[in-house]
Write a protein that binds this ligand. Structure first.
Ligand SMILES: C[S@@+](CC[C@H](N)C(=O)[O-])C[C@H]1O[C@@H](n2cnc3c(N)ncnc32)[C@H](O)[C@@H]1O
Length: 509
């Protein structure tokens, strides 16, 4: 059977938020005891060409990963990559969800990214029932879905694009996409002067569509199946399948840190302490379009009171830009940091300011809570009992996770940041680099863009070349004009390039 995804494959993307490390971290914060991630079993439903799952498998070499998708074209694309990088602990199967039976087995982590609201209504039941029947007793599932109210507004342009393209004869894909984007721009341009809210919407969408990949745009805006739901409807559906909602990946609104205290009080009246109501109101407040939710079995006990005592379980990392480095780091003078989303995070507690500064110098290296506390407390001028200081430190640090100022991890880094004698880069990144395919994927399941010299050197970091061999390789690459280098000090060029590769979480050894 040929599917629409054979004709228009979904873009090959990675989603670091689907990594079991992230799922287990959040589940742990919410009082659950998820399965250890190092040697877990992972299932991805609707895995497309498997890029995301292959990236996860690379960072968890003891795990068993299975990806399922009914598109033969996409599965074949992924299998080609798996064969090239020799990754025996991942299997991609071409199967319809309706063909899955119990022989598939049970999984500690199940991922369904971009599936639930992109399939016919009856298949939405199937996706949840598959999660229910294949999730291990303490397992965690990740499921993303388009939501209302945000999609009420998105549907304005979707309906316009669908209607317009349906009026046309069957066109080659690219021309069809030009037509779909063109009609939005056409109407936006015509209406430009009228000053109504609708104009703003059309202008914004028109600009946004120019930056989006056509294949991606197609599946959200032109494919027949895109059925958003309200959050409360999703929770009801999950409950019918005996699954419990834990949290969303994006849980910054949970703590309501971005609102002034009087607004929080007013909002609390609205929610009346009902967690689910609060989540639904927040979707209205932010006009959200997407949710990425975690589920577990109904019989699990979820504790929604975040407790600092759990923090020492984690390995912590941070990479923030400091905006005002000349401040006094030993007192309460506010330090302003910028996170990866460009938001400003203000920190006053000297221990926390120094922790962030220290972690940033080490990034992407992950530091255990105790090591981090030891480092900052040794330098601290605070006259407090160590145990009190440790508690304050944990209490102040925890909310920073929801503000995307720190990363929490279940395990220490699956990559090295110190250079070894025979450096080995992750095979998936080496494969991408050997095909000159930018960006490459690192061991944090992120896309990273590298310099020309790092791209050229990466395929040779196979654990068989020491620095002398790598210098010879570099010399050849410069001679063959694969790398432009004015420096004739090969050792310096090599050191700089290896450091760049290490800093991007690409080295296994
Ligand atoms: C929107 S794409 C998402 C792909 C990928 N998970 C991602 O987010 O990048 C939905 C995927 O689900 C797959 N799919 C849809 N219905 C399916 C079914 N009944 N059985 C198996 N796979 C299905 C499609 O082939 C497609 O690859």
């Amino acid at each position: 059977m040929t599917t629409i995804y054979d004709e228009v494959p979904y873009p090959s993307l990675v989603y670091s938020d689907t990594h079991p490390n992230r799922l287990a971290t959040l589940a742990t914060l919410f009082g659950l005891k998820p399965p250890p991630i190092t040697n877990c079993r992972i299932l991805e439903l609707g895995c497309g060409d498997g890029t995301n799952l292959i990236a996860i498998a690379q960072s968890l070499p003891q795990s068993q990963c299975v990806g399922i998708d009914f598109s033969a074209t996409q599965i074949a694309m992924g299998q080609k990559v798996i064969a090239a990088i020799e990754c025996p602990h991942i299997t991609l199967k071409q199967l319809d969800f309706n063909e899955i039976d119990e022989s598939l087995g049970m999984f500690d982590y199940i991922i369904a990214h971009g599936v639930y609201s992109w399939v016919p209504k009856e298949m939405q039941d199937k996706v949840l029932s598959l999660i229910k029947s294949h999730l291990a007793p303490k397992g965690i599932a990740y499921i993303s879905y388009n939501i209302y109210p945000g999609w009420l507004m998105e549907n304005v342009t979707r309906d316009l694009m669908m209607y317009h393209t349906q009026q046309l004869p069957k066109l080659p894909f690219q021309i069809c996409m030009m037509q779909a984007k063109g009609i939005v721009q056409f109407i936006a341009n015509l209406r430009q002067q009228s000053g109504e809210a609708f104009d703003v919407l059309l202008q914004e969408k028109s600009q946004q569509f120019q930056t989006m990949q056509d294949n991606y745009l197609y599946h959200d805006f032109l494919e027949a199946d895109n059925h958003p739901v309200y959050f409360h409807q999703f929770v009801e559906h999950a409950t019918q399948q005996d699954l419990a909602y834990i949290t969303d990946i994006e849980f910054r609104h949970y703590l309501m840190l971005s609102f002034p205290p009087q607004v929080v009080e007013a909002m609390k009246e609205l929610f009346q302490e009902d967690f689910f109501k609060k989540e639904q109101y927040m979707d209205f407040f932010y006009n959200r379009t997407l949710r990425r939710s975690l589920l577990c079995h109904q019989n699990m006990t979820i504790n929604r009171e975040l407790n600092w005592e759990i923090l020492p379980t984690f390995y912590i990392a941070a990479s923030l830009q400091v905006q005002n480095p000349a401040i006094n780091w030993q007192n309460d003078e506010p330090a302003l940091f910028t996170n990866a989303d460009g938001e400003t995070i203000t920190i006053t507690h000297p221990l926390i300011k120094n922790a962030i500064r220290y972690l940033t110098t080490l990034y992407p290296h992950r530091v255990s809570f105790e090591e981090l506390f030891k480092h900052v407390s040794q330098q601290s001028r605070q006259n407090q009992e160590l145990s009190t200081l440790r508690e304050t430190f944990a209490q102040e640090l925890l909310p920073l996770y929801s503000l995307k100022a720190i990363e929490l991890n279940m395990e220490s880094s699956p990559f090295v940041t110190m250079l070894s004698t025979y450096p080995t880069a992750n095979p998936l990144a080496r494969y991408f680099a050997s095909q000159a395919q930018q960006p490459v994927i690192n061991l944090q399941c992120e896309f990273v863009n590298l310099s020309t010299s790092a791209m050229a050197l990466l395929p040779y970091l196979n654990g068989k070349n020491n620095s002398q061999a790598l210098r010879t390789i570099l010399k050849k690459l410069i001679k063959n004009k694969k790398i432009e280098s004015k420096k004739d000090n090969l050792s310096a060029v090599l050191e700089k390039t290896l450091r760049e590769i290490a800093r991007n979480a690409l080295l296994i050894t």
